[in-house]
Structures are given as C-alpha cells and as structure tokens.
Design a protein around this ligand. Sequence first.
Ligand SMILES: *[C@@H]1O[C@H](CO)[C@@H](O)[C@H](O)[C@H]1NC(C)=O
Ligand SMILES: *[C@@H]1O[C@H](CO)[C@@H](O)[C@H](O)[C@H]1NC(C)=O
Ligand SMILES: *[C@@H]1O[C@H](CO)[C@@H](O)[C@H](O)[C@H]1NC(C)=O
Ligand SMILES: *[C@@H]1O[C@H](CO)[C@@H](O)[C@H](O)[C@H]1NC(C)=O
Length: 492
Amino acid sequence: MTIFGHLHLLRVIPLRAVTFCINNTMLSASSSSANLLITHHNHTKAIDSSKKVLVGVCQMNATSNKADNLQTILDLVASAAGRGAQMVFLPEACDYIGESKNQSVECSEPLDGNFIHQCQKAAIRNKVWLSIGGFHQKAPEQEKSKLLNTHVIIDLDGNVVATYDKAHLFDLDIPGKVHLCESDYVLPGKKIVSPVQTPVGRIGLLTCYDVRFPEISLALVQQGAQIITYPSAFTQTTGMAHWESLLRARAIETQCYVVAAAQTGKHNPKRSSYGHAMVVDPWGAIIAQCSEGTGVCVAELDLEYLERVRSEMPVRLHRRTDLYGRIAAPESQISTIPPDDCHSYQFGHLKITSNQVIYRTLLSFAAVNIKPVVPGHVLVVPLRATAQFSDLSPAEVTDLFLTAQRVGDAVKKHFGATSSTLAIQDGPEAGQTVKHVHLHILPRKQGDFKENDDVYQQLESHDQDWTPITKLRTQEEMAEEAAHLRQYFYHS
Ligand SMILES: *[C@@H]1O[C@H](CO)[C@@H](O)[C@H](O)[C@H]1NC(C)=O
Ligand SMILES: *[C@@H]1O[C@H](CO)[C@@H](O)[C@H](O)[C@H]1NC(C)=O
Ligand SMILES: *[C@@H]1O[C@H](CO)[C@@H](O)[C@H](O)[C@H]1NC(C)=O
Ligand SMILES: *[C@@H]1O[C@H](CO)[C@@H](O)[C@H](O)[C@H]1NC(C)=O
C-alpha cells in the first residue's frame, strides 16, 4: 500500500530547467519562478517527468527457511515491477534469519552462490535494479567462524554493480527485552562504498544500525549521494522508540531520499522485527510506508525536488568545518557526481558548458582553460559565484582545496609533470579578470619559463586580448582534453 504525503502541495512551485549550479542566484528561493512557469511550461514539464522515478520498498518476515524467503522475494520483486518500480529494495537478512549464530554462519553463501544468482535472474526477468539489503555472505577461509552482512546492488542485466559490508555492528543488551551481539559472528565492513549511479539516482549503501551514525551518511553526501538506503531488521523495542525519528533525521540533514526496506513480525521465538518499511523525502516527509505484514509499497522519487530542497536551504554551504572539521571519506573515495549533472556552469559572467568540466564535487568544479598558459593549465572554481576569496565559507574553502589537490595530481600525471604552480588572483589588483573566485593549476616543467616567476606575469596577461600569449582553443579541443582528464575521476 502506498501512502503519499502532502508533498504535492509543495510541488506547485514550478521546476527550473537548471539547478543551483549554474548561478549563485539560483541558490535563493524561487523569486521569479512564476515567469518560468508561463514561458517554459512545456520544457519544465518535460524535465519534471524525466526526473521522477518509482521505487518499490519491501517488507518481509524472513525465517530460517531459505526456500520460502526466496519465494517471497521473487513475489515481492514481481509485484513491485508490475507496479512500475524501476528499482526494488529488499531488507537486511532477506535470505534468512537464523535461529542461532551457528545456523546463521552455516547457511551463509558466497557472492556467487545460489541466492545471489537467483536474485540476478529476478532482476533480468523483471527488468529492475535490485538492492539486496543484506545477505549472509560467507567470510574468507581464515575467518570461517564468521560471515559478512553484505548489501548488494544488482542492475537490470543481472550484474552485481556494488557490494557494501555493514560497518557498524549491532551489539545490544537491554535486559529482559533484547540481547543481540552481531559482532560475535559478523565481520565489520572496512570501507565506505562510493554512491552507485542507478536509474533512480545515486545511491549510498548503508545497513540498519548504520542509521545511528550520521557521519557515514554525510560522507556519502560529500561523494554525491542522492538516496541513502537503510535496509533493516530493526528490533521491536528499538524500532518503536527510534526507527521513524532516525530515518527522518537522516533524510532532513543529508537532504537525500531515505529508502528503508524492513523485516517485520516474529521470525523465531527469540527474534522479532518492527516493520514500517518506508521512504522519506529530502524534506523529511514520509512519502510511502508498508502496511502490516509482508508487502511492498511504491514511492515516487523526484530528483528535481531534491535539488530544490538543497537550493532553498543550502546546508552544505553552511557547515562550520572550521569548528568541528569535515566529515570526509578517505582520499581514495572521491566524488561520484558526474559533471554532466548540469548543462552548464556559471563562471562569473561566463558560462562553461559541462563538456569542458573535468570533475565536480558538492561545492566545486574543475574545468579546462580556453587559453592555457602552459599545457594542462586548468581552473578550480567554487560552484557558488562569489568574487572574493574571503567570501567563501569554511566548507567551500575546504572543498576547493581538496578538489585542487585531486585535480592537480591528475593534470601533473597526465601532462608528465612533477611540479605545479597554484595561484588565486584575489581581486582586480591581483590580476583577477573574471569576478568569481578561481584557482589556477599549472603543471610545471624544467625550463618552461625563463625565470620561474614569469609564470605570474603570464597568468596576469594571458586572458587579456592585447597580449595574445597563446591562441584561443576551440570548444572541441577543450572538450577532448576534459574527456581525457575525466578518466582520472570517473569510470565510464
Ligand atoms: C547570475 O547572477 C547575477 C547576479 O549575481 C545575475 O545578474 C545574472 O543575471 C545571473 N545569470 C543568470 C544566467 O541567471
Ligand atoms: C506544449 O507543446 C505542445 C506540442 O509539443 C503544444 O501543442 C502545446 O500547445 C504546448 N503547450 C504550451 C502550454 O505551450
Ligand atoms: C556452534 O559451533 C561451534 C563450533 O563450530 C561449536 O563448538 C558449538 O558447540 C556450536 N554451538 C551450538 C549451540 O551448536
Ligand atoms: C512471521 O512468520 C512466523 C513463522 O512463519 C509466523 O509465526 C508469524 O506469525 C509471522 N508474523 C507475521 C507478522 O507475519
């Protein structure tokens, strides 16, 4: 059963064809939106419908009978697909819930075992993506007394595109109510998995108890997540007290859709789950929730709406990283936001088309240069158009420099340099011509200038017409270079 909230009331605000990334002014609320509705009615409608997708969220009462549970999964997936869902989410432990730790370990299967194989076939048969919220994965040989609690994403061709091993294990002892010690038989996951691009949006993979740790969800947002999933088997006691509050809080603070499939009912004499599988929108409204028992509910996700929530209340810009540091994923796990998420990027009074953009994060982008002073001279720019360096928020400064570091490493590698010059021309007296803070990165080589500091003189004059140091490059040349450099950040 589907319960849609009063979301539609909010949607009377017309949608914009472009999002906040093109211009700073778009960050503020919908001042001139009425105009847009009239003049671009058809256009906005088209974009509107293209960004809305349906997801199916399942609730089930798994037992230790693997065959029965698999049949339930197949029925739920078929039912959700029949209702138009493009992706179906199953709860944690959808393969089985063991009656003892030993049984849980004994019944576990490898990733290429029968259970996942059957799920892959179901994805192909129903032409849907699947989130297998958690299955008991056999641990490596040397750890065979334990297992991994693994969340698996399968695409509609049946490929396993991502796996995430639950990081926070649920060890709880409330005398007389619940006693569970997951770490007795489960190995904790060792890494955050970068958000996965799917037809319904970029999904950050988490599991159940992870919902109590906002840091990990914020790290996923930094990397570009639009949807956070918490497939769960929440206990009755903790569910009654916290389930809805936690899911709504994570949705509100991350400004993501939260999708939480759930186990429900009495799985065995010792274990029961709370149920209430639900989808929460980025404003915190519950837009779908399963009824009692086994079933599936369908929710509509609208990424335009998500962008609007983020534009109207840009909490990502307001983070005081100077006071409490930045929630950041390790260096190796970088943004997954593709540059083509926007048609074009505002750069002062100019527009940079997305095919000239190399890399983008939540707050910054990097682009190739129309008139490079040296080969590989690129720019790193905050998405918010602001003229002075001192106007950047701590979160923007942090993001700008982390982006510069990553992009700098890529251009040095690509252009065979081991040194680079980084420069910000902060204000017109410092040579700034485009009134939008930007950082130049120039790979440097032996003998590229007569005197080292000549680089600054050339930087100052390179974009002034009366001193044509280098000729303007064509759009095609720039797009080609950007495509080469993107390979350092995105796997096609
Ligand atoms: C960008 O913002 C400036 C004000 O900061 C405004 O004057 C200009 O019209 C905006 N450009 C677009 C394309 O919206
Ligand atoms: C929208 O486009 C269709 C054709 O694509 C046209 O017939 C219709 O009049 C347009 N409506 C508006 C409000 O512009
Ligand atoms: C569980 O398995 C361990 C070793 O595999 C064994 O020592 C123990 O007796 C078993 N416990 C139960 C309750 O079967
Ligand atoms: C869950 O399954 C168990 C075992 O089959 C059954 O006893 C129980 O009634 C079911 N509970 C719900 C709520 O479906």
